[in-house]
Design a protein around this ligand. Structure first.
Ligand code: G3H
Ligand code: 13P
Ligand code: ZN
Length: 316
């Protein structure tokens, strides 16, 4: 059942976070649906612009429709990740997406507000939710002076103004994370102080944490032992997901970790079976491993076990 992110957020806010997982192909879709159904968790499927281009945007739609038939108990939102204005309108028009992200965070505040407001008006006219972004993720992890680092974090007073002016349904905030496998040097912690201040100004309003992969050390070690060269990686401490959820972080974006599972499985498979050239055996291992990974994240997010209640409440 496809629902909006706003519907999911209303049920989860302050109690647990919904995992938002990127997909690009059928194997990721199978692992994602299986992992969420087995752990009984509602979830968000994220599709990036790059994912839409990887095969064809219609291919991912077809995969998701089929997965929804294979797993009829699944409850999820279909969300455009990091959209520009044009891609948002394309997704809104498609009738398939239940949620879009307009990412104009690199523009000045007023321009970000204007673009976001246009997308909100177009999306809300069709019952689609909108995530916007304020603040800048990149650079926060750099080993530079704290004051400079903090300058990139979302300003709580600006966040309040931004939400009031745009009418967006959720807000991606810069709270100490960054995309990819190299998030922190030294200090590994989210900025709970910033979350608290934003929550005080926007009580009940869902916040989104991008760059939430945990980059497990054992995963990276196995990749490197099988020929990889990933150095100095560090992710978010997954034990911080739930405390963040209690402060309003209702959507937690995880993509890099799934790529690491894929890389570990394939590196180890072809290292151990150098004569193999059928891609299905490692593909099967990946689907099993990704299923387990997704279920484990949902437990950490607190979304595991919520599916029956969510379905019952949404049907009312
Ligand atoms: O935040 C970006 C996501 O990890 C998606 O990455 O644009 O390479 O598909 P991508
Ligand atoms: P990671 O790179 O930490 O997985 O973040 C993904 C993300 O924020 C997608 O929008
Ligand atoms: Zn992101």
């Amino acid at each position: 059942m496809i629902v909006t992110t706003a519907q999911l957020f209303k049920l989860a806010y302050g109690k647990y976070a919904i995992g938002a997982y990127n997909i690009n192909n059928a194997e990721q879709a199978m692992g994602l649906f299986r992992g969420c159904v087995e752990s009984k968790a509602p979830f968000i499927i994220q599709i990036s612009k790059g994912a839409r281009k990887y095969t064809d945007k219609r291919m991912l739609e077809a995969i998701i429709r089929s997965a929804s038939e294979i797993f009829p108990e699944a409850v999820f939102a279909v969300h455009l990740d990091h959209g520009d204005e044009e891609t948002c309108y394309d997704c809104i028009k498609s009738g398939f997406y239940s949620s879009v992200m307009i990412d104009a965070s690199h523009d000045p505040f007023d321009k970000n507000v204007a673009i976001t407001k246009r997308v909100v008006d177009a999306a809300h006219a069709k019952g689609i939710s909108v995530e916007a972004e304020l603040g800048m993720l990149g650079g926060v992890e750099e080993d530079i002076k704290v004051e400079e680092g903090n300058a990139c974090l979302t300003d709580p007073a600006e966040a309040e103004q931004f939400v009031k002016k745009t009418g967006c349904d959720s807000l991606a905030c810069a709270i100490g994370t960054s995309h990819g496998a190299f998030k922190f040097k030294g200090r590994q912690s989210l900025h709970f102080d910033v979350m608290e201040k934003i929550k005080a100004r926007l009580p009940g309003f869902p916040l989104v944490m991008h760059g939430s992969s945990s980059v497990p050390k054992d995963e990276v070690d196995r990749i490197n032992a099988a020929g990889g060269k990933i150095k100095d990686s560090m992710g978010v401490d997954p034990k911080e997901y739930l405390p963040a959820a209690k402060l309003g972080v209702t959507k937690v974006n995880i993509d890099t970790d799934g790529r690491l599972v894929w890389t570990r499985v394939h590196r180890e498979f072809f290292r151990d079976k150098p004569g193999e050239f059928d891609f299905r055996p490692p593909g099967k291992v990946f689907m099993d491993e990704y299923t387990k990974f997704i279920a484990s994240r949902n437990v950490l997010l607190g979304s595991a076990g919520q599916l029956d209640e969510v379905r019952a409440k949404l049907k009312k």
